[in-house]
Design a protein around this ligand. Structure first.
Ligand code: AP5
Ligand code: MG
Length: 216
């Protein structure tokens, strides 16, 4: 099973991908998490990406594709994945199709997590993340068991530096433009599932239902 999650910033891609990857034993590939690790390690690619991410802009396709190829090449042939944060442009979607065809892999489902953009700014401002294992929390909706500490790996939680309100609004604006084309692309391929949910569990229920229907 290979899945792709699409959605505006704060829609819940990371939260859902974590749950899906644990339940269905899939490799969670999150391009945003990889960029944040590369920035933390001060690698050349991380340093190049940093200025774009801080400003809420997309990293150029070339670098995003480079890290995706790298992650996919690490996969065991039997491994299956859930992609979170890639593709972000129509060009990336087309390149992804080519890369996967070259590996003889087909995506089974592409989920578009549909959330009212108005809700996203509040969600992101209350978010805390773990840079080590990629877990995501919300101070109200999904708090960690111990304040400021990751439930899964014990690392200190941080607030992302692109989660300032003005940067968040810019990220949403940029993504709104791109996502329509990507959604259309996968709809035409017959792979798209639009999912909604007011809570994390409700949304996860909708995703699981679509997976069960597809694989029944
Ligand atoms: P990335 O890290 O992918 O950020 P994003 O797409 O902006 O999405 P977020 O991670 O902010 O949100 P999410 O959908 O994962 O939501 P989450 O689960 O955390 O990318 C960061 C940057 O890297 C980009 O801006 C870009 O510059 C660059 N980049 C990455 N990939 C790239 C690519 N392919 N090409 C070019 N550039 C790229 O949930 C949000 C919050 O809401 C959490 O606090 C969560 O607990 C809470 N929450 C989740 N679901 C619910 C719910 N149903 N109800 C209530 N609260 C909820
Ligand atoms: Mg995320």
């Amino acid at each position: 099973m290979n899945l792709i999650l699409l959605g505006l910033p704060g829609a819940g891609k990371g939260t859902q991908a974590k749950k899906i990857s644990q339940e269905y034993k899939l490799t969670h590939i999150a391009t945003g998490d990889i960029f944040r690790r590369l920035i933390k390690d001060r690698t050349p690619l991380g340093l190049r990406a940093e200025k774009y991410i801080k400003e809420g802009r997309l990293v150029p396709d070339e670098d995003a594709v480079r890290i995706l190829r790298d992650e996919l090449s690490k996969l065991d042939i039997k491994s299956r994945f859930v992609l979170d944060g890639f593709p972000r442009t129509l060009n990336q979607a087309r390149i992804l199709t080519e890369i996967l065809e070259g590996m003889d892999i087909k995506p089974d489902l592409v989920f578009f997590i549909d959330v009212d953009p108005e809700e996203l700014v509040e969600r992101i401002s209350e978010r805390r993340v773990c840079l080590k294992c990629g877990s995501t929390y919300h101070l109200k909706h999904n708090p960690p068991q111990t304040d400021g500490i990751c439930d899964f790996c014990g690392e200190k939680l941080i607030q992302r530096n692109d989660d300032r309100e003005d940067t968040v609004r810019k990220r949403i604006q940029i993504h709104l433009k791109e996502i329509k084309e990507i959604v259309k692309y996968y709809k035409e391929k017959g792979l798209l599932e639009v999912v909604r949910g007011d809570t994390i569990e409700e949304l996860y229920g909708a995703i699981k239902k679509a997976i069960e229907v597809k694989f029944s």
